[in-house]
Design a protein around this ligand. Structure first.
Ligand SMILES: [Zn+2]
Length: 420
């Protein structure tokens, strides 16, 4: 094993061990009694159910990660990457077609390994805890639609990236980056009208108390809202959510029907105020710039490691290729990716506090948002006492108790301000 092989191998092992340790610590931390803040929101039954859910989903996730790791190591050390390459080269296609097939087959194999896990998670675990609303028919249709979309969008995109690196010389990374950036912006633009309706029904919210409360609030914070839609989240899951789509002056909000069913109007407006906070504090733009920046660095480094013989040796490859470089470099990049993801999660938690701050100072002083968060936690069986290491590594949102504490502080400071 050369230095590249060693970096990838030890990264895989270390990330797995860190995951194992943090998950076990997290389970241990969940043995804490019900936090005082939640007395009256959870009864003993609901609290023990949320801990059961954590135990079951943790062991399942550890099992899945072990299988993934074992399969990857076996495939690697039995020379699977090379065997597949030799098989596809045997057909004598154009290198770009061979490359698309090579990466396509690897991705398909990964999906096939994930499929039984996804079925078990949906129809056994989520079912047992009352979250699952998906029928086998909807589940299968979702998979087919996702597969078709990946083929339709992914194939030309991947072919394009391979073409840039085959044909356009040292600046290929810049072209590939520009191309992917353009396509991903375009996709975000068309997704609400062309892609999302393939999976969910979006119905404009009826006139009434909720709609006027939302429009009134949006007007007080000068937020251009062109549409409010209700989405049939209950088709798949009892979990609740809300999100924005669209750019500039054409923003729409989509509320899950499950969210509307579980919260009174003032809590829904508080949730919406939080989401608008993300826009007002420029979090959406910052995230987009960060992820595109990361992609640019990734493509640049890929061009540095392009067709590096030692990198191919690490994966027992006979022939070098652009598509092989793409796969093996992304494995080599995984320690960087891991560190970046921890950084991005911590930034995301900071953004959540800022969005909460915005919601509390612009709408009804804290109470509504804190109540909504408590109810959301109970309905999603959230872990109320996660371990700090686990939060540091994985949480995109701060633990709910810390959010509520911060909301109270902001609200108290805001109330103490003299009226003018
Ligand atoms: Zn948020």
């Amino acid at each position: 094993m050369n230095i590249f092989g060693a970096v990838v191998f030890f990264t895989l092992l270390i990330t797995f061990l860190v995951k194992l340790v943090s998950e076990l610590l997290n389970l241990k931390a969940a043995e804490a009694p019900l936090p005082g803040e939640f007395i009256g929101v959870y009864d003993e039954d609901a609290y023990s159910k949320s801990r059961d859910y954590l135990r079951v989903s943790t062991s399942f996730s550890l099992f899945g990660a072990s299988v993934d790791l074992a399969v990857l190591l076996l495939f690697w050390f039995l020379g699977g990457f090379n065997l597949l390459d030799q098989l596809l080269r045997g057909y004598g296609f154009h290198p770009i077609a061979t490359g698309v097939l090579y990466i396509g087959v690897l991705m398909l194999m990964q999906s096939l390994i994930d499929l039984p896990f996804s079925i078990y998670k949906t129809f056994v675990i989520e079912e047992k805890f009352g979250f699952n609303k998906t029928t086998p028919k909807v589940f299968a249709a979702d998979i087919l639609k996702t597969l078709l979309l990946s083929l339709l969008i992914g194939t030309p995109l991947l072919g394009g990236v391979l073409w840039f690196f085959e044909e356009t010389g040292p600046m290929a990374w810049l072209w590939a980056w520009g191309g992917i950036t353009a396509v991903s912006l375009l996709l975000q633009y068309v997704a609400p009208t062309w892609i999302m309706p393939l999976f969910n029904k979006f119905v404009p919210l009826d006139e009434g108390e909720l709609k006027s409360a939302i429009m009134d609030y949006a007007a007080t914070v000068r937020f251009p809202l062109t549409g409010i839609y209700v989405l049939d989240g209950s088709r798949r899951s009892a979990r609740a959510n809300a999100f924005f789509t669209g750019f500039g002056k054409r923003k729409r909000i989509a509320l899950f029907d499950t969210l509307i069913a579980a919260h009174p109007v003032h809590e829904l407006v508080a949730v919406l105020a939080h989401e608008i906070g993300h826009f007002k504090k420029k979090h959406i733009i910052v995230n987009m710039i960060l992820s595109l920046g990361n992609l640019g660095v990734l493509f640049f480094l890929l061009s540095v490691f392009m067709n590096n013989r030692a990198l191919f040796d690490a994966f027992f490859m006979q022939n070098i290729s652009v598509y092989g470089s793409l796969i093996f470099f992304s494995l080599l990049y995984s320690p960087v990716e891991w560190i970046l993801s921890v950084f991005i999660q911590s930034l995301s938690r900071k953004h959540e506090y800022e969005a909460d701050h915005f919601a509390v100072t612009t709408f009804e002083k804290g109470g509504a948002l804190a109540d909504a968060l408590k109810k959301l936690s109970r309905n999603n069986l959230s872990n109320l006492t996660p371990h700090p290491l686990y939060v540091f590594l994985n949480y995109s949102h701060p633990p709910v108790i810390q959010r509520i504490t911060r909301i109270r502080e902001v609200s108290a400071a805001d109330n103490a301000k003299p009226l003018n």
